[in-house]
Design a binder for this molecule. Structure first.
Ligand SMILES: Cc1cc2nc3c(=O)[nH]c(=O)nc-3n(C[C@H](O)[C@H](O)[C@H](O)COP(=O)(O)OP(=O)(O)OC[C@H]3O[C@@H](n4cnc5c(N)ncnc54)[C@H](O)[C@@H]3O)c2cc1C
Length: 386
């Protein structure tokens, strides 16, 4: 990966944004369990940061994925994970399929406002009974004239309480589970949509998460992305960008944990010497920093393949797996060196420990990543579904 002056300029823009528009408010937003998402997204939109990789024709910058990667990495410098997560949902989770497969009308109605920040989007895949097992989801969209009538529910949906649209995966036929699904863009103002109260989460406190219920929700069939029955395939592709974004986003967040821990351990003395002078501590931090460099290399490699248009399923899954595993290791080890201070709710390491824990669960749990990697290695035993 060779970064140019343009990459560095973008990096600076994102860094400045994080320092000026996000970090001063993180504590307040974490406490409130929400942040002014429309205001913040409009500011991001004005800088072009919600459409880095999206087509210029629809208001994007038309840049390649390496620029997205730089932005995701730099958002990791935020003092909380919740706000970057909300941004990542908008840029890399609920809009890639619209940009790649959506009609011109869908792009003008939903993609352009998502790029300018006028609209907030969310992605609806998981259900109470179907998180890892996406194929087993039950939400249906049945044809009625030129419309679909949607019934069912989606669980743990980030951004949903304030979203203007959802990119929804629904069953549109009784065909086999991989051939009966479609992605449909549903305006959240549609009659028949309701929400659970905000879900009370371990981490990512500033991001809003809820369950959504669909009760005879009517949307035109032209809101479907691409051909009917191709939703599962499109969502699997959309997951690749979600997973690369997730991996890129933790790199700097974890480095920041190490940097803050070094600073604390220089300051804090036990038995007459700074904590950092204990070999067990400085060696451990060096080992973790080395692991982060390995994660960076893997993530960049996945990104390069993606830019070349190659299948990135294996490397994106590996990067996501490694990010989740390493995130747990780094935050756990660093928190330990802060002692009792690390166990305090408002401590930065405590927050990172809680926030980063999501990476091993959301967007496909570690075990799902392992299953994909095994499938690509040809070691996964065949499975029958009844
Ligand atoms: C904060 C948060 C935000 C989220 N945001 C969104 C969102 O915006 N949109 C959305 O659609 N979803 C979202 N999700 C849902 C998330 O993607 C799912 O929670 C995740 O895919 C796991 O599904 P599950 O919770 O149903 O776990 P389950 O499928 O019940 O699995 C439980 C655990 O079992 C293990 N496991 C599962 N299958 C296997 C297997 N085959 N072999 C071995 N072990 C296995 C894994 O460790 C897994 O964590 C969010 C979740 C959270 C917590």
């Amino acid at each position: 990966m060779k970064f140019t002056a343009e990459h560095e300029a973008l990096r600076k823009t994102v860094r400045d944004f994080v320092e000026k528009e996000i970090n001063p408010y993180c504590d307040e937003w974490e406490e409130a369990g929400e942040f002014p998402i429309h205001d913040l997204f409009r500011k991001l939109g004005a800088l072009g940061l919600l459409g880095i990789q999206k087509p210029e024709e629809y208001g994007g910058m038309g840049l390649d994925y390496s620029y997205n990667l730089v932005a995701a990495e730099e958002l990791g410098m935020a003092h909380c994970g919740g706000v970057p997560l909300a941004i990542g949902v908008q840029t890399d989770m609920c809009t890639p399929a619209i940009a790649r497969f959506g009609s011109d009308e869908l792009k003008r109605t939903f993609l352009t406002p998502a790029i300018t920040g006028e609209m907030v989007g969310c992605i609806g895949v998981s259900e109470v009974g179907a998180g890892s097992d996406v194929a087993g989801m039950k939400t249906t969209a049945r044809k009625d004239g030129d419309d679909y009538i949607i019934n069912g529910s989606k669980m743990w949906i980030t951004n949903s309480p304030k979203a203007d649209f959802i990119c929804l995966l629904a069953n549109t036929s009784d065909d086999k589970p991989h051939k009966n699904k479609s992605l449909i863009v549903v305006p959240m103002s549609s009659p028949g949509i309701s929400f659970s109260p905000h879900l009370n989460k371990l981490g990512m406190r500033s991001s809003e998460t809820a369950q959504i219920f669909f009760d005879d929700v009517r949307v035109p069939q032209r809101n479907r992305i691409g051909a009917e029955g191709t939703g599962f395939m499109m969502q699997m592709l959309q997951f690749q960008e979600e997973r690369m974004w997730g991996a890129a986003n933790v790199i700097k967040a974890l480095e920041n944990c190490i940097d803050q821990t070094i600073a604390y351990c220089r300051e804090r003395k036990t038995f007459g010497q700074p904590l950092i002078d204990n070999q067990v501590i400085h060696f451990r931090l060096a080992e973790l920093q080395t692991e982060i460099e390995a994660l960076r290399a893997l993530t960049y490699q996945a990104c390069e393949l993606h830019i070349e248009g190659k299948d990135v399923t294996k490397l994106a899954s590996m990067a996501k797996l490694k990010a989740g595993r390493l995130g747990r290791e780094v935050t756990d080890s660093c928190l330990q060196y802060w002692g009792g201070m690390g166990y305090m709710w408002d401590n930065p390491l405590s927050r990172a420990f809680r926030d980063v824990r999501l990476v091993s669960i959301g967007g496909g749990a570690d075990e799902i990543m392992l299953g994909i990697i095994c499938k690509m290695m040809g070691t996964l035993p065949g499975k029958k579904r009844d």
